[in-house]
Design a protein around this ligand. Structure first.
Ligand SMILES: Cc1cc2nc3c(=O)[nH]c(=O)nc-3n(C[C@H](O)[C@H](O)[C@H](O)COP(=O)(O)OP(=O)(O)OC[C@H]3O[C@@H](n4cnc5c(N)ncnc54)[C@H](O)[C@@H]3O)c2cc1C
Length: 389
C-alpha cells in the first residue's frame, strides 16, 4: 500500500468456521449451548484476563491469537497508527493512544517510513512501554541496508518489542518503482528470512496479504487482477509464510466476499496461519478515494451509489463509513474469523463506533477520565516534538 503519499494506510479463519456470539449481535457458533453469550463488560474482563495470562511484559501477537482461538467467546481487535508529522499531531496521537489503550486492543502497530524511521522506533517504544500494549513495528526494505535493518531490530529488541510486520515497502517519496537499496533486500521474503536467520524465534513475524493481489499485479478490464497474477501473488505469499511468517494482515477491501475467497484460496494452497482482515473505516471522501485508487480496491456498486448520494455531506459520509464498517465486520465475524485489524489513520471515533456497534467495547470506557500517565505523556510529547524539529 502506498503509505508515503497518504500519511498512513493503513483473522484468521478457522478451518471449520464456528459460531460466536458477540454482545450486540448473534453469530453462528459451534455450540452456543455450552456457554451463554458474554455481555460487553464481561467480554472486556475476559480480554484483560487473557492479556494477564501470559504473565509476561510482552507477548507475541500470534500467541495471543492462538490463545484466544481456544476461548469460545473471544474476539480480538487491533489498531494501526502512523507516526505524527507535526507537533499538534504528536500531542493528539499520544492523547488518543492513552484513550484507546483503555479498550485493551490485542495489540497495536506503528507504520514505517524510511524518512521517519527514528519516529517509528520511538513511537514503538512509547506504545509498548508507556501504554503497555503489545506493539508490532512495521519494518520495510525501502532505502534500508542490512545494517540499518539490523540496527532497527536491535533497538526494538532492547525495548522488549517482539512483533514485526516485515514488508518490502512502498517506493520512496517521488518515485513510482521500488528499487532495492544498496546492500539491502529486494522483497519482504528476504526480510522474513533475515529476521528468522538472525533472531530465531524471538520475533513474531507478520506479513502483508492482498485479497485483490498486490496493486502492481496486472489488472483485467474489470479492474480485477489477472487470474495468473492473483495465483502468483498467493504462491509468493505462501513463500513468505514458509520462510517463517506466522501471521498475515490484509490490505483493506470493501467487498467482503473477495476477502473470504482470498482466505479460502490461501487455505487451498496450504497457507494455514491466521489471516487478519484489514478494516478501513471510511471517514471522508478524499481519503477513501485516494486509498482505494492507490490500492486498486474494488468498490461494490452499492457502496459507490450510497456514497454518491451523500458525498458532499461530511457527517453523512462518516456515519455511512461506520455503518459499512460494522456490516463488514459482522459478516467476517459470522464466518468465524475472530480478529479484526483497524486502519485507524490516527482517528479514533470511526473505529470505536464500529467496535461499540459490534458490542465489543463499552461506552463506559469511551468516556473515561484521563489516565494517570499524564506526566509520561508530557515527557514523550516533548521528545517527539524535538525529533520533529
Ligand atoms: C498490512 C500492511 C501494512 C503496510 N505497512 C506499510 C508501512 O508501514 N510502510 C510502507 O512503506 N508500506 C506499508 N505497506 C505497503 C507495502 O509496503 C506495499 O504494498 C509494498 O508495495 C509491498 O510490500 P510487501 O511487503 O507486500 O512486498 P512483497 O511481499 O515483497 O511483495 C510485493 C510484490 O512483489 C511480488 N514479489 C516480490 N518478490 C517476489 C518474488 N521473489 N517472487 C515473486 N513475486 C515476488 C509479490 O507477489 C507482490 O506482488 C503495508 C501494506 C499492508 C498490506
Amino acid at each position: 500500500m502506498l503509505l508515503l503519499s497518504l500519511e498512513s494506510h493503513h483473522g484468521w479463519i478457522s478451518s471449520d468456521a464456528y459460531w460466536i456470539t458477540t454482545g450486540g449481535l448473534s453469530l453462528k457458533g459451534g455450540d452456543q449451548r455450552k456457554k451463554p453469550a458474554l455481555g460487553v463488560e464481561e467480554r472486556e474482563r475476559e480480554r484483560e484476563r487473557l492479556d494477564r495470562r501470559g504473565q509476561r511484559k510482552t507477548m507475541k501477537v500470534i500467541e495471543k491469537i492462538n490463545a484466544a482461538s481456544k476461548e469460545e467467546n473471544q474476539v480480538l481487535f487491533s489498531f494501526e497508527y502512523f507516526p505524527p508529522r507535526t507537533h499538534v499531531g504528536a500531542d493528539r496521537l499520544l492523547q488518543q493512544l492513552d484513550r484507546m489503550s483503555a479498550h485493551s486492543p490485542a495489540y497495536w502497530d506503528i507504520t514505517w517510513r524510511d524518512s521517519a524511521a527514528k519516529l517509528s522506533l520511538e513511537m514503538a517504544n512509547v506504545m509498548q512501554n508507556i501504554f503497555s500494549i503489545d506493539t508490532m513495528m512495521h519494518l520495510t526494505c525501502t532505502k534500508m541496508s542490512i545494517e540499518t535493518i539490523d540496527h532497527a531490530l536491535q533497538i526494538i529488541k532492547s525495548q522488549g518489542i517482539q512483533n514485526v510486520l516485515a514488508l518490502r515497502g512502498d517506493p520512496p517519496l517521488g518515485q513510482d518503482k521500488f528499487v532495492k537499496a544498496e546492500g539491502g533486500f529486494e522483497s519482504a521474503l528476504d526480510l522474513v528470512k533475515h529476521v528468522r536467520n538472525k533472531h530465531g524465534d524471538y520475533f513474531g513475524v507478520t506479513v502483508a496479504g492482498y485479497p485483490e493481489a498486490h496493486p502492481d499485479v496486472p489488472r483485467n478490464d474489470d479492474g480485477l487482477p489477472s487470474s495468473e497474477g492473483y495465483q502468483n501473488d498467493l504462491v509468493y505469499l505462501k513463500r513468505k509464510v514458509d520462510a517463517g511468517a506466522e501471521l498475515i494482515i490484509t490490505q483493506l477491501f470493501f467487498d467482503t466476499n473477495i476477502f473470504l475467497k482470498f482466505v479460502n484460496d490461501c487455505r487451498q494452497i496450504g497457507i494455514n496461519c491466521p489471516i487478519v482482515p484489514g478494516i478501513f473505516p471510511i471517514s471522508d471522501m478524499r481519503g477513501f478515494l485516494k486509498m482505494t485508487s492507490l490500492c486498486k480496491t474494488k468498490i461494490p456498486s452499492e457502496i459507490t451509489a450510497a456514497l454518491e448520494s451523500i458525498k458532499d455531506n461530511e457527517e453523512a459520509v462518516r456515519a455511512y463509513g461506520i455503518h459499512l464498517g460494522t456490516e463488514i465486520c459482522k459478516k467476517i465475524l459470522g464466518h468465524g474469523i475472530k480478529t479484526l485489524h483497524f486502519y485507524t489513520i490516527n482517528k479514533e471515533k470511526p473505529t470505536l463506533s464500529i467496535l461499540m456497534n459490534l458490542g465489543l467495547i463499552s461506552e463506559r470506557k469511551v468516556s473515561r477520565p484521563l489516565s494517570t500517565r499524564q506526566e509520561d505523556i508530557k515527557r514523550m510529547s516533548s521528545k517527539l516534538k524535538k525529533m520533529l524539529g
